[in-house]
Design a protein around this ligand. Sequence first.
Ligand code: FES
Length: 103
Amino acid sequence: MTNVTLNITRGDNTQGSNLVEYKIPYKQGASLLDLIFWIREHEDPSLAVRYSCKSANACKECMALINGKAGYLCSIRADDESVVTIEPLKGRPWLKDLTTAME
Ligand code: FES
């Protein structure tokens, strides 16, 4: 079985942050948000991420830094055997994991 590796910011604004590595089974067509759901279901349900529409770029709540560039977790697909770093957006107060304060 092949994997995607996600390095995700974990922590909160009182305890500080660190990048945590997750290996997720590759599934063709899965978005980065789908892979985060997999982590929440199989490894850590406390992983915080904001989203509403899940697929249409309609709500714009899932925006994060993906390999250093802002993008939507629900619309970017992970390549097989890729390594992707996902961090919260800069410039807004950070709350927990991938979530920042809403404007
Ligand atoms: S979840 Fe709504 S734009 Fe991604």
